[in-house]
Every structure is written in C-alpha cells, then in structure tokens.
Design a protein around this ligand. Sequence first.
Ligand SMILES: NC(=O)c1ccc[n+]([C@@H]2O[C@H](COP(=O)([O-])OP(=O)(O)OC[C@H]3O[C@@H](n4cnc5c(N)ncnc54)[C@H](OP(=O)(O)O)[C@@H]3O)[C@@H](O)[C@H]2O)c1
Length: 216
Amino acid sequence: MTSIAIIGGTGKLGAAMARRLAKAGRQIIIGSRSADSAERTAAELAHGATGLTNVAAAATGDIVIVTVPFAAQEATLAEIAPHVIGKIVVDTTVPLMPPKVMRVQLPPEGSAAQRAQRILGPDANLVSAFHNVAAHKLATDADIGCDVLIFGDDKEARSKVVALAREMGLRGLHGGALANAAASEAMTSVLIFINKTYQVDGAGLIITGPLTHADG
Ligand SMILES: NC(=O)c1ccc[n+]([C@@H]2O[C@H](COP(=O)([O-])OP(=O)(O)OC[C@H]3O[C@@H](n4cnc5c(N)ncnc54)[C@H](OP(=O)(O)O)[C@@H]3O)[C@@H](O)[C@H]2O)c1
C-alpha cells in the first residue's frame, strides 16, 4: 500500500486530508516541525498513523502532500527537497497574503505551484491541487459536493491525485499543466470574497456539464 506523508499535517487542511485518507485505508505519516506535535496529531487520527518531523515524513512517504501556509512554503519545500526526488509531491499552497486574502496576489513565478517547482527542481513529480476545498468541511464526514481541480505536467501523476481525491469523497478533475494552477489558486481569493459577501460557509467549485472523457 502506497503511504502518504502530509507535511504540515498538524494543520487545518492537512489533518482533514489525513483523516479522510486514513479512513479510506491509506497509511498516513503526519509531518510537523515538531515530532511531538506530529505524534500527537497521528495519535488523534488513529488508523495506525505515525508522526515524524517534516523531513523524516517526506523521506518516508511514497507520496508527499504539502499543506503549509504560503509564508512557510519556500522554507518547507527547500527542507524536504532532497527527500522527494522521484516522488509525487502534491502542493496545496494558495498564495494568500494577509490581510488582503480576498484579493488575488499571485507570486512573481506566476503561481505558488510554479514557485514550488522552482524550489523542488525537476526531480520531484509536482502536482498542485485542493486549492478550493474548505478544510473545515473536509474535516467532517459530510458530502462536500465540490470538485477538485488537479494540475501537473505529468498526466500519470495527476491521475494518481485524481484517485486520491476520490478516496477523500471528492471529484478530482484534470486541470491541465502545472502553470494552470494559477487559475485555481486565484479562485480561492474569489471564493473567500463570495463567502463574506453572501455569507457562505465555505463556497466551492463545481464544473457543470456531463464529463464523458476521463483521460484528462
Ligand atoms: N484551510 C483551508 O481551508 C485551505 C483550503 C485549501 C488550501 N489551503 C492551503 O493549504 C495550506 C495549509 O493551510 P491550513 O489552513 O491547513 O494552514 P495552517 O493550519 O495555518 O498551517 C498548517 C501547518 O503548517 C505549519 N506551519 C505554520 N506556520 C509555519 C511556518 N511559519 N513555517 C513552517 N510551518 C508552518 C504548522 O505545522 P507545525 O507547527 O506542526 O509545523 C501548521 O499546522 C495553505 O497553503 C492554504 O492556502 C487551505
């Protein structure tokens, strides 16, 4: 069974993803800056999850999911880079720059995904996804009913993340090249604006129309 390390897995999105994947039968490794915090979160999760430092988690997991704030993205990815060579790395970073989180502010690279690529280099198989899912909804067993757009230059890697989304009870859809992640990252600020304007509890995205061709 492919194991999944979640870097920053003590946080809102990471713990929620870990919980759904663990319930689906995945072996989960929670990563944190603090091994103690990671072990605590893993113990709460049960399902045989383990907790390690971010570096040890990245070195141990077969697939590595990164769920840290934008401000921590560069340092965290630089730290794990030597340990993810040849692995699928799923970056979930949205480039939110408080306090103006309702305004689209993409980084100079074009997107947080492309920034991740610059930091990790070509040897990690980078996929970017889950930008538009509200963590507090993912933390429940509710049917969220939203779509997850999945970006990456390697179609096979994208397909594996589409499958992970399905295990989490979400519909994963291929969104194309890694550079396209800019659209989904930017949409998060729009969704936060919609949440505030229309008093929505975690607005999400649904692609309409019958989708008949599943190859992405
Ligand atoms: N929350 C959502 O609904 C949501 C939805 C879609 C995408 N995202 C994206 O997912 C990522 C994580 O979001 P989140 O809401 O889960 O974040 P969070 O709970 O604030 O933080 C996640 C984890 O990151 C680590 N961290 C925090 N500050 C750090 C720093 N300065 N340096 C290194 N590590 C740090 C912490 O782990 P340790 O202290 O254990 O190291 C923390 O538990 C973000 O990029 C966000 O944009 C979030």
